[in-house]
Structure formats: C-alpha cells, structure tokens
Ligand binder design. Structure first.
Ligand code: NAD
Ligand code: DAU
Length: 374
C-alpha cells in the first residue's frame, strides 16, 4: 500500500519501540472519510504487514476514491457497514481476529449537527457504545490479551471555547461542549473512559485540533474556501472572521495516533495540536494568496475580492488551542508541519485533483450549502 503524494512522517521517538513489533490486525472505522483515509494510507506505508479492515457506512462524507491505489491490496479489506450494527462488528472481530480498533467513524460537521442533531447522537454515542461493548466481549473472550487496543479519535471541541488569554486545553481541562456535535463526542469520550475504569479495557484516546490536508470534504473551511476560489464563488466567512482555530496537518495527526498506539499505557488520553493558531479571516487570506500564486490564470484576482462576511454560526466557539505538553514530554511527539507549509501542500493537492472534488459538489451538497449559507 502506498501513495506518493502523502509524505512519510517518522517520529524518531517511535523507532526504538518498533524493532520487535508484532503485526497488528486492525479495524479502522470511518476509514473512507477524511482523516480515516489518510490514516489508512499512512498505516499501509509504515506497517505494510498489518491486516487492515476498513469499516465505513459511506455516508455523504465517506468516499472510496479516498482509498484509491490501496484497494486490491491483499492486506486491506473494505467493508461497507454501520458501527451501530453489533452483529456485523462481532463477526468482523472474530473472523479477522482483530486486536486493535482505531475509531474515526463519526458525524463530524458542526453546521450539520445544528441542522440535524439526531444522526450525531446515533453514530457518535450509540455507535461508539456498540463498538466498545463488542470489543470488550471479544477482548474478554480471548483472555484479555495484553496487546489489544481500542483507540478513540476525539476532538478539542469537547472542552468548549477559550478566551483570548486562556492557556490551551490540556487533558485536565473540564469538558464543556457547546454544539450537538461536540456534546455527542463528549458522550463518546466518557463511555471510553468508563470502559477503561470499569472493565480495565485497554482504551486510548486522542483529542485533537482542526485537521486539514488531502481528501477533506468540501463542507469544512479549508477545502470549501480552496474550491470556491477555484470556482470564482464567494468565500463565506462567518461573523467577524476573528474566531481562532489551531490547525494540524492531517499526516501529523496520523503520526500522533501511531505514537500513542505504540508507546502509550492503556487508559491514557492525549491532546494533539499543531501549534498553529490562526484567525479564520487570516487563514482565508493566506489561502487566497497561495491560490493567486499557484493558479495565476483564475478570472478573479486577487482572490481575496471574493471574501464575503455571512451570518455567524449559532453558538460559534470563539477560540480553540491545545496544550500538547503531555504527548511531547511523555511520548516525544511534536507536529512537524507549519501552517504555511501544510496550506501550500493542501492547495496544490486541490489544484491537482479536480477529478476528486468535482463529483462531490452534488445536488445533495448544493442543497446542504443553500441551507447553511441561507
Ligand atoms: P469525516 O466526516 O470526513 O469522515 C467520517 C467517516 O465516518 C465517513 O467516511 C463516514 O462515511 C463514516 N461514518 C459516519 N457514520 C458512520 C457509521 N454510523 N458507521 C460507519 N461509518 C460511518 O470525518 P473526519 O473529519 O475524518 O473525522 C474523523 C474523526 O476525527 C471523527 O471522529 C471526528 O470527530 C474526529 N476529529 C476530526 C477533526 C477534524 O478536524 N476533521 C478534528 C478532531 C477530531
Ligand atoms: O476542532 C476540531 C474540530 O474541527 C473537529 O472536531 C470537527 O470535526 C471539524 O469539523 C472541525 O470543526 P470546526 O467547526 O472548527 O471546523 P470548520 O471547518 O467547520 O470551521 C472552521 C472555522 O471556520 C470555524 O470557526 C467556522 C468557520 N467557517 C467555517 C465554514 C465551513 C467559516 O467562517 N465559513 C465557513 O464556510
């Protein structure tokens, strides 16, 4: 499994622990989504001997094209299915002798959670519970093997919103989720924590900041702005554009999860950030400047003329920032990609892949777009 477009990130902290590593047998839920598919590419590059089962329901956000180049590989199996389907999960755990679940599958978009929260509770809470319960019984039936892991991928949004001078979120920041999305992720985090505390199940959890990079569905800020610039459409900035996010290049996120799976003690939680706090308006300006440089023949120049302020997101969190001291000091992980470099790579990827994003601008997408930006 390999893709030439995704650079490899090798954490020096990992090298010593991997020398005597045994192959793993993983279910990667949500592996056809944005981060999940980047993780499947990453894992295939770093651990080609591992068995990988991608379990994905292929909602609007799931896309088999994200796994192009990998399907057909003997160690990869794609299963279209729902994480709420207990019988399916039991079957996969047993027949594939799974020892590791890396759980990305979720409803992930805040604006969609405001329009329709039900699916978020179902997938993010009930789905995570279903996986936990199935994995617990599988792990217990196998005699609680030491190497088993359930890695839950979560978000910094569970901590709520920061004021300008507040320190970043750490692992002991109290939970204060503000949107139906973040509340559902918080619910799933609590279940994961409880399964370790109550049953001793070997869970791991990472809460990370905003990811960006290849295969990012164009409802999220960065891909939406890239594509709208290329199409000469308005660039809708919510509110005053002064909200702050901490941007993490997706491959750095993958290397952080890798580090946690291989080096952390079971039961631990780590916050993962990119050390790249940027105001939304500044980020959109950076994207405009990059596209103007990399695609100089577009009809609207400068692209920043397309910036349009639109009504704010209800309950819009003002600032997110991560204090990633714990993962740095305990496991030796730090992000390697600056926002300038990551945005350049990302813009270039969208320029090179209209064949990937054009089919996503479907009628369903246009209907969604009209609702959010009405
Ligand atoms: P995404 O929306 O791009 O992908 C989600 C994937 O899950 C899709 O492939 C979808 O088909 C699948 N899925 C949805 N419901 C399912 C179900 N019931 N059963 C099986 N599959 C289902 O999401 P993403 O941005 O890649 O996020 C992945 C994970 O990372 C999520 O858990 C999210 O909360 C978390 N996260 C994301 C970010 C970010 O910036 N994108 C940051 C922090 C944490
Ligand atoms: O912080 C981690 C979270 O980051 C993840 O848990 C979520 O799954 C992921 O979607 C992301 O949530 P955000 O709401 O921060 O991401 P989004 O790309 O939707 O928005 C980023 C910022 O940009 C936010 O302040 C809202 C703003 N925005 C977004 C869109 C889509 C705009 O101004 N205009 C837009 O059109």
């Amino acid at each position: 499994m390999s893709t030439p477009e995704i650079q490899s990130v090798t954490s020096s902290a990992l090298s010593s622990t991997l020398l005597d590593r045994h192959p793993r047998r993983l279910i990667i839920t949500g592996g056809a989504g944005f981060i999940g598919s980047n993780f499947v590419h990453y894992w295939g590059q770093h651990y080609p001997g591992d068995r990988v089962i991608v379990l994905d329901a292929l909602t609007y956000a799931g896309n088999r094209a994200n796994l192009a180049g990998l399907e057909g590989h003997a160690n990869l199996r794609f299963v279209q299915g729902d994480i709420c389907d207990r019988a399916l999960i039991d079957t996969l755990l047993a027949e594939e002798a799974i020892d590791t679940i890396v759980h990305f599958a979720a409803e992930s978009h805040v604006d969609r959670s405001i329009l329709g929260p039900g699916a978020f509770v179902q997938t993010n809470v009930v789905g995570t519970f279903t996986l936990l319960e199935a994995f617990r019984q599988h792990w217990q039936a196998q005699g609680k093997p030491e190497q088993y892991r359930f890695h839950h991928v979560s978000t910094d949004e569970v901590y709520g919103s920061l004021n300008p001078d507040d320190p970043g979120f750490s692992e002991i920041t109290p939970y204060a989720p503000n949107s139906p999305y973040s509340a559902s992720k918080a619910g799933s985090d609590h279940l994961v924590r409880a399964y370790h505390h109550t049953y001793g199940m070997p869970t791991l959890m990472t809460n990370c900041s905003n990811n960006y990079g290849p295969y990012h569905f164009p409802e999220k800020l960065i891909p939406l702005m890239c594509i709208n610039i290329l199409l000469g459409k308005p660039l809708p900035v919510y509110g005053d554009g002064q909200n702050i996010r901490d941007w993490l290049y997706v491959e750095d996120h993958c290397s952080a999860i890798d580090t946690v799976i291989h080096r952390s003690q079971p039961g631990e939680t780590y916050n993962v950030g990119g050390n790249n706090e940027v105001k939304n308006l500044d980020l959109v300006q950076m994207l405009c400047t990059l596209v103007d440089e990399l695609a100089p023949d577009l009809p609207v120049r400068p692209s920043s003329n397309l910036i349009t302020f639109v009504k704010d997101r209800p309950g819009h969190d003002r600032r997110y920032a991560i204090d990633a001291t714990k993962i740095k000091t305990e496991l030796g992980w730090t992000p390697s990609v600056t926002v300038e470099e990551g945005l350049r790579r990302t813009v270039q990827w969208y320029l090179n892949h209209p064949d990937w994003w054009q089919p996503l601008l479907s009628e369903e997408y246009q209907a969604y777009y009209r609702k959010v930006y009405a």
